[in-house]
Design a protein around this ligand. Structure first.
Ligand code: DX5
Ligand code: ZN
Length: 229
């Protein structure tokens, strides 16, 4: 995984057909996805349950791009090794998931993954002051985590602008997660984001049998950001 700030669209398989992840991933990559975003939820840190390391391991061989695993679980540390073994390229933990995020980030890098740190909408960006040199990606949540298809929270635009300034020249990706559409994507790209997660906006209208809408949806998000330059 090399570092650059080019725009990357990361479809979230939370909006894919759960009975058919392998083919869904291959279809959405063939249609232009840059990364594959995998939402892990524990029914405790967030009010929803999805899947764990065995599922990640099973889908790994279908992913040619980047496996971006978003852990919405608490605690995190006991599971880092298992998600690393499952093949996560990026492993993102929530700042709010426990009292020892510094240790968690060390453990993620120690396990050989890129370390991601996610912030809920209510968490200030200043919380990153002593963590920025330990992360490869900051994920700014633009919905409250737990579900796909929620409405984008506009107050997070100013947060991303601040974060972009704080990051400076550090090789740290800014990822946005929640409510990304062709309307909201350019706001976040302009604020400094380079990875845009999109679930419902990518998978809507398509299927493994008819994947062309995935490509149209990805291009619509990309084009909305191109208009900025
Ligand atoms: C929410 C997840 C997101 C979600 C995004 O807790 O972390 O990745 O799938 O879905 P959309 O793009 O539909 O808001
Ligand atoms: Zn996510």
């Amino acid at each position: 995984m090399s570092f650059d700030r080019s725009l990357k669209i990361a479809p979230s398989i939370l909006s894919a057909d759960f009975a058919n992840f392998g083919q869904e991933i291959e279809a959405v990559e063939a249609q232009g996805a840059d990364w594959i975003h995998v939402d892990v939820m524990d029914g405790h840190f967030v009010p929803n349950l999805t899947f764990g390391p065995p599922l990640c391991k099973a889908i790994r061989r279908h992913i040619k791009t980047v496996m971006d695993v978003h852990l919405m679980i608490a605690p995190v540390d006991p599971y880092i090794e298992a998600f690393a073994d499952a093949g996560a390229d990026v492993l993102t933990a929530h700042l709010e998931a426990g009292p020892h995020i510094h240790r968690t980030l060390q453990a993620i890098r120690g396990a050989g993954c890129k370390a991601g740190l996610a912030l809920n909408p209510g968490t200030p960006v200043e919380a990153l002051d002593y963590l920025l040199d330990m992360v490869d990606l900051v994920c700014v949540m633009t919905v409250n985590p737990g579900f796909g298809g929620q409405k984008f929270i506009h107050s997070q635009i100013a947060k991303v602008e601040k974060l972009r300034a704080m990051i400076g020249d550090r090789p740290v990706h800014i990822e946005i997660d929640g409510g990304i559409t062709p309307e909201t994507a350019p706001l976040m790209r302009a604020a400094g984001a380079d990875v845009l997660v999109a679930g419902s906006a990518v998978f809507k209208g398509g299927s493994v049998q008819d994947p062309a809408p995935y490509g149209q949806n990805i291009r619509a998000i990309r084009t909305s950001c191109d208009k900025l330059v």
